[in-house]
Write a protein that binds this ligand. Structure first.
Ligand SMILES: [Zn+2]
Ligand SMILES: [Zn+2]
Ligand SMILES: [Zn+2]
Length: 324
């Protein structure tokens, strides 16, 4: 049984999820994710019975391209409402109700997002959209977090390309802070304005930038050009364009720095608190380690000028060439 506990020093919720320690190689030392030959990959075709039954599959009859299954080691689970209980003056807890799903990005064990076909990235984005739409219809849930962890250093515990979708009964602090950023901005929309400042030619459907404020080397932000707070209300053409843009930036990243671990973080507004917000995807390569100073202060030290990162990525056509 998982539990949320409030850190009274920071105001952040912590999920205490001891079952997750049982998942494969949860505490394994840093090393490239390697195939565990002692048991077959649970996400490969033919091994479908080693996961719970699929919630959704995409693809032609008899052959799936993308598969959504419940996570065997959920961080959030069950329909308990978000009820906060105080146990004394500093111990605050709540039930960790919600949903935790795995999104298998491809039947091919060796694939990565950058190597997916354009058609496949479209199917992946459609699956993400559909699942968030489904989560949003469930009473008691308020926010969905979609992520892709690629590589051991980025937290992936299984090599087969996959993402995760978490439906949560509360809006996490990171989102609350971004919402506050949008609300503080005294203009039309923070990200529309950032996109305007960066854009060099025409009206692209999607803009990829190395943000001026990047906290880590080669960090990128993928912004659909049409303003909208919710990924799950975005038109299919925009979703497909974002899927292709991710493929292109991850391919570009690979060309510039090699086969690096990375996180994709999909940020979409809480279902019922849409504006002001503009959905987007963070691409965060794991090239440096968050260490004591960053943990102690929340201040990231970026050892690379984002303008330099941008120039390198422009040279392989991963990002827009415009600069503020
Ligand atoms: Zn596999
Ligand atoms: Zn906007
Ligand atoms: Zn964000």
């Amino acid at each position: 049984m998982n539990q949320l506990r409030l850190d009274p020093l920071t105001g952040r919720w912590v999920v205490v999820s001891t079952d997750r320690a049982n998942r494969p190689r949860a505490f394994a030392p840093m090393a490239p994710v390697q195939a565990d030959t002692s048991r077959p990959c649970p996400f490969c075709p033919g091994n479908e019975e080693s996961t719970p039954p699929a919630l959704e599959t995409y693809g032609p009859e008899g052959r799936w391209l993308v598969r959504v299954v419940p996570n065997l080691y959920p961080a959030f689970e069950g329909s308990e409402p978000f009820v906060v209980t105080n146990r004394g003056p500093v111990f605050t807890q709540a039930s960790a109700g919600g949903i935790h799903e795995v999104l298998v990005l491809s039947p091919d064990h060796e694939n990565t997002w950058s190597a997916l076909s354009d058609e496949q990235t479209g199917v992946v984005m459609t699956a993400i959209r559909d699942r968030i739409e489904e989560h949003a219809s469930i009473p008691g849930l308020r926010y969905s977090q979609a992520i892709v962890n690629s590589g051991r250093e980025a937290g992936a515990s299984i090599e087969h390309p996959h993402g995760q979708l978490l439906g949560m009964s509360f809006v996490p602090r990171e989102l609350v802070e971004e919402q506050a950023g949008f609300a503080r901005f005294a203009g039309r929309c923070l990200l529309c304005t950032a996109a305007d400042a960066e854009e060099d030619v025409g009206h692209r459907v999607v803009l990829v930038i190395c943000p001026f404020w990047s906290g880590t080397p080669y960090e990128m932000l993928v912004i659909p050009r049409a303003h909208g707070p919710h990924l799950h209300h975005s038109p299919p053409a925009d979703l497909q364009a974002v899927g292709r843009a991710l493929k292109s930036v991850l391919g570009g990243l690979r060309e510039v720095v090699g086969d690096v671990a990375y996180n994709l973080v999909f940020h979409s507004a809480p279902y019922r608190a849409p504006e002001p917000y503009h959905w987007h995807v963070h691409v965060v390569p794991k090239l440096t380690t968050v260490a004591g100073f960053e943990l102690g202060t929340g201040v990231l030290i970026n050892i690379m000028n984002p303008e330099e990162a941008c120039e390198e990525l422009v040279s392989v056509r991963a990002v827009a060439a415009g600069r503020p």
